[in-house]
Design a binder for this molecule. Structure first.
Ligand code: R5P
Length: 294
């Protein structure tokens, strides 16, 4: 595609290159330097005038990354880009979807306003709970795809006798769909969250996981407490082989190390957020979606 250029943001160069290959499009990495005071100095190393710029970035560490992509988008337009698309597989700030405490910011709605500079936004498995659609939040064209099929394929290929567990009611949309793809059913647990680092989870069903590969499936592993409490519960029910799978491996507070300490057999995620656990590649699916709008 000669009138398209894929630009890999600082944290998504590998994903950006792969998407460009699928699209047979030009690729360049965004040049991101810092001024001494920490401000970004952003530069396009190739011409973008007259082109559709597909900016690919992983928005983990959102406070920096949001500034990076907004500056990059305005710069592309300033340089004469025809259109600017954002491919951000992980969309942050969506979980705060209501004022949980008086005076709090409802971040999902504000993010939607901040991103109006983009002509199209593509993301993966956004955390939609009380707000059911991104369309109500973003003022621009927006589409999301799911990694569920890819997660299910990974399980089919690599794990024997899998049992799928969704750690809480919000994980239902991932755990249930993944289970359906592998012709199984999902056990959805109940979670009580006390604060961002404290949750309680109970398995009420009378189950025995001794002979199964227990696969915990969720959209996000952030502090890891949701997964950790579920791992402990699964062990109480005889689980010997436990795998944690997610779309977005945020892995704050060394969550991966803590999960490994609990004896899990594996941690698997997509490359929405690059990590040593990014075993599931989203580039092909993202490129297919982009082809529909180019
Ligand atoms: C929330 O409902 C999400 O689906 C995840 O369960 C949650 O964000 C995980 O967070 P943490 O890893 O901090 O427990």
């Amino acid at each position: 595609m000669s009138d398209t250029i894929v630009i890999g943001g600082y944290a998504a160069q590998d994903l950006g290159r792969k998407i460009a290959r699928h699209l047979r499009s030009e690729y360049a990495s965004l040049v991101v330097d810092h001024f001494p005071d920490g401000e970004f100095r952003i530069r396009y190393p190739k011409k973008v005038d007259g082109k559709t710029v597909i900016l690919v970035e992983s928005l983990r560490n959102p406070n920096d990354k949001i500034v990076e992509v907004i500056f990059a988008a305005y710069t592309a337009k300033d340089l004469g880009a025809k259109k600017v698309f954002l491919v951000a597989p992980y969309m942050p700030y969506l979980r705060q979807d209501k004022r949980f405490h008086p005076g709090e910011c409802v971040s999902n709605a504000i993010l939607g306003k901040m991103f109006h500079v983009f002509d199209f936004i593509l993301t993966v498995d956004p955390h939609l709970h009380r707000v059911k659609s991104l369309r109500g939040l973003f003022r621009t064209r927006v589409k999301h795809i799911s990694a569920n099929r890819l997660i299910a394929d990974y399980i089919k290929k690599n794990l024997e006798n899998p049992v799928i567990i969704g750690p809480d009611e919000e994980s239902y949309q991932w755990a249930k769909t993944v289970a359906k793809y592998i012709n199984s059913h999902a056990i959805i647990l109940k979670k009580k969250r006390y604060n961002s680092r404290s949750v309680r989870i109970k398995i009420k069903e009378d189950v025995d996981f001794k002979n199964s590969s227990v696969v915990l499936v969720d959209d996000i592993i952030s502090s890891g407490h949701t997964m950790m409490e579920t791992v402990k519960e699964a062990k109480k029910h005889g689980a010997k082989k436990i795998y944690c799978m997610c779309v977005h491996a945020i892995l704050a507070d060394n969550a991966d190390k803590k999960l490994k300490k609990l004896g899990i057999k594996g941690l698997v995620a997509t490359n929405s957020v690059p990590s040593p656990y990014s075993r599931i590649d989203l580039s092909g699916t993202l490129a297919e979606e982009l082809k529909k709008v180019l």
